[in-house]
Write a protein that binds this ligand. Structure first.
Ligand code: SF4
Length: 349
């Protein structure tokens, strides 16, 4: 996954304990000082890097200090979006929204001021108190998404940030961490989450995944790992996402649901729930993708089916037209009810 040859680091991040640990973990890498982790001109601003999209992800790390510690309400995937300990990803899903404001490169940025982030989360959990009533996020615990802008399973290959998050939530009986992942990292099995971390394996039909989920673990491996993670103390959910409408998509999703029904043991099914998320896309990302993975865009960029929408952060995205989307969500709900009736859909949009 990673063969790091250069680390761009803000001076304070490089000098921090976590920064020094990471630099020591990759002794071959060249250290380059960066004034700000957010926009490094010859990295994020270098148009030529679009063609080296995957190579940059494999070879480059950025170390920085997180400056914002706000916790946003969500209500869909989680009750709250926590400040993450990374931004960017070493995998390269063609539809990934994380690089949308990053320009022409999106390697992992690791935040090294871990204690400040954990303090912010701890204060928020204490202030929220017990959850007053169940909702679709969870019956009893406030759920905090800790991996909005990266993949915590891959982050664990770089530093102890994910381990620190999992450990921090062990002490929080009213709260639960949650993150989605497409990478099976057996090292996470040692973290003893004691039921306070929900891991959400993202799945999609294998043919779509082979084309779109570049560098991820095969979907079959993600399903095969579910029981191990449950037995290791995680809650295990699934993200059915993104749902990409293409000729034959319903048949392919039906086959995936059959495979889930066959492969997953009863104890996984009894506690599982799913999020269903239809594809959204973005013109800037479309342009970048044409530079490194144009075949993916044949599936993702469908002006005949899509319309523009302004997202919560003000950016213009495209999504399936309202009628097409409603009909596709209905079809998928029907498939789940017929093929995997044990899979509770937490929400679908
Ligand atoms: S695994 Fe998640 S964060 Fe990483 S590239 Fe894929 S969608 Fe983006």
């Amino acid at each position: 996954m990673l063969r790091v040859t250069e680390i761009h680091a803000e001076p304070a991040a490089a000098a921090s304990l976590r920064g020094r640990q990471i630099i020591a973990r990759f002794p071959e890498a060249r250290l380059v000082e960066a004034r700000s982790h957010w926009r490094i001109p010859h990295l994020h601003g270098n148009e030529g890097n679009a063609e080296r999209w995957v190579q940059v992800k494999r070879q480059t790390l950025v170390l920085g200090e997180r400056k914002s510690f706000g916790i946003r309400p969500n209500g869909r995937s989680a009750d709250w979006i926590a400040p993450g300990l990374s931004n960017g990803c070493a995998m390269a899903c063609a539809y990934c929204y994380v690089p949308r404001r990053k320009g022409f490169a999106n390697p992992v940025t690791v935040f090294t001021n871990v204690e400040r982030v954990l303090d912010a989360i701890g204060r928020h959990v204490a202030g929220a108190g017990p959850k007053p009533e169940p909702n679709q996020c969870d019956d009893r615990a406030w759920v905090y998404d800790v991996g909005e802008n990266g993949d915590c399973s891959v982050d664990d290959l770089i530093s102890d940030n994910t381990a620190d998050l999992v450990r921090a939530f062990r002490r929080r009986p009213t709260a639960k961490a949650s993150f989605a992942t497409k990478f099976v990292n057996p090292d996470l099995l040692r973290l003893d989450p004691q039921g306070r971390t929900r891991i959400r394996f993202s799945v999609m039909p294998a043919d779509d995944s082979r084309l779109l989920d570049v560098r991820t673990s095969p979907v079959a491996d993600r399903l095969a790992a579910a029981a191990d993670f449950l037995d290791a103390g995680y809650e295990v959910h699934f993200n059915l996402s993104p749902v990409v409408v293409r000729p034959g998509w319903e048949r392919a999703w039906g086959e995936l649901l059959d495979a889930m029904d066959d492969v997953l043991p009863r104890r996984v099914k009894e506690q599982a729930a799913a999020e269903v998320i239809m594809l959204t896309h973005n013109r800037e990302l479309h342009e970048v993708n044409l530079g490194w993975h144009p075949r993916a865009e044949e599936l993702l960029w469908r002006p005949d089916l899509q319309q523009a929408k302004r997202s919560e952060n003000g950016a213009w995205n495209v999504r399936y037209r309202i009628a097409e989307k409603a009909s596709a969500v209905e079809s998928l709900r029907g498939l789940i009810a017929a093929r995997a009736p044990w899979l509770r859909v937490r929400y679908a949009f």
